[in-house]
Structures are given as structure tokens and as C-alpha cells.
Design a protein around this ligand. Structure first.
Ligand SMILES: [Fe+2]
Length: 151
């Protein structure tokens, strides 16, 4: 069974994918609904990504065999964050918003798939139980800290 850290990350992913699904299905005129869902997405996604960037990828980057994949994941985060900022600024009833959301959803789904299939495997390979435990504690703390900003 996968380490608890990876299970937590996967659970976050499920939540994020669910919100994205709801956002995509919201009708163009349902501005308030889309704003609420987007805020929910922001609260879930940004602290999760930051916690990974700060405590997961740097440790993975230290091993030769996981360095490349960790760097790629960081770049994918970078692209996702750029598109997220653009989405944040656009009015939710604009036609462009739905188009951008669709692209954003694809970027994120691709990243999540890669993370769960490739990054997790390599993480369990190069990190021992203690390291995964430590990352998990730091990851959880960072995420909670980030979420507080939106409460
Ligand atoms: Fe990620």
C-alpha cells in the first residue's frame, strides 16, 4: 500500500478534479456559482501545490534518478499557476473564461496523471519511510497554513 503522504496527495487530487468538473458543467450565466466554485478551487489547489513545491519536489530533486521528473513537475506547476492567475482575473461570464478553464483543466489532469503514475513510483523508490514521514508532516503543515489565508 502506498505511503500515507501519497494517499493524502491523491485525495487532494480527487477533490480538485471534482471541483473542476463542477466548474466545467456550470452554465455560462451561473456567475455566482462559478465564483464560489473557483474560490473553493483556489483554496484547495494553491496550498496543495505550494506544499508540494516546498516540501516534496525539492527532496525528490536531490536524487539523481528523480531529479528530471521533479523538475518537470515544477515546470508544470509553473504553467498551471500562470493560467490560474489569468482565470482569476477574467470575468466568469466571459466566453473566454470557459475556453481557458477547459485548457486549465486539461493541464491539471495531465499533471495529476503524471504525478500519480510516475512521480509516486519514483518517490517510493528513492525515499525511505522516514523521509516520506517527514515530508508528510511538513506538507500537511504547509497546506493548512495556506488554507488559513482563505478563511
Ligand atoms: Fe502537483
Amino acid at each position: 500500500m502506498a505511503h500515507q503522504l501519497l494517499q493524502i496527495i491523491e485525495k487532494d487530487h480527487e477533490e480538485i478534479k471534482e471541483i473542476l468538473e463542477q466548474l466545467e458543467n456550470a452554465s455560462q450565466g451561473a456567475v455566482k456559482k462559478k465564483e464560489d466554485l473557483f474560490m473553493k478551487l483556489k483554496m484547495e489547489l494553491l496550498p496543495h501545490m505550494k506544499a508540494e513545491e516546498k516540501h516534496f519536489y525539492p527532496v525528490l530533486g536531490e536524487s539523481k534518478s528523480s531529479r528530471q521528473i521533479s523538475m518537470e513537475a515544477i515546470e508544470e506547476h509553473h504553467v498551471a499557476e500562470m493560467v490560474f492567475k489569468e482565470l482569476d482575473k477574467l470575468d466568469k461570464d466571459e466566453e473566454r473564461w470557459s475556453a481557458k478553464l477547459k485548457v486549465f483543466k486539461e493541464i491539471l489532469e495531465h499533471h495529476i496523471e503524471e504525478e500519480e503514475e510516475e512521480v509516486f513510483e519514483v518517490a517510493e523508490d528513492v525515499l525511505d519511510e522516514n523521509q516520506l514521514d517527514e515530508i508528510m508532516t511538513a506538507f500537511n503543515e504547509e497546506k493548512e497554513k495556506g488554507k488559513k489565508k482563505y478563511r
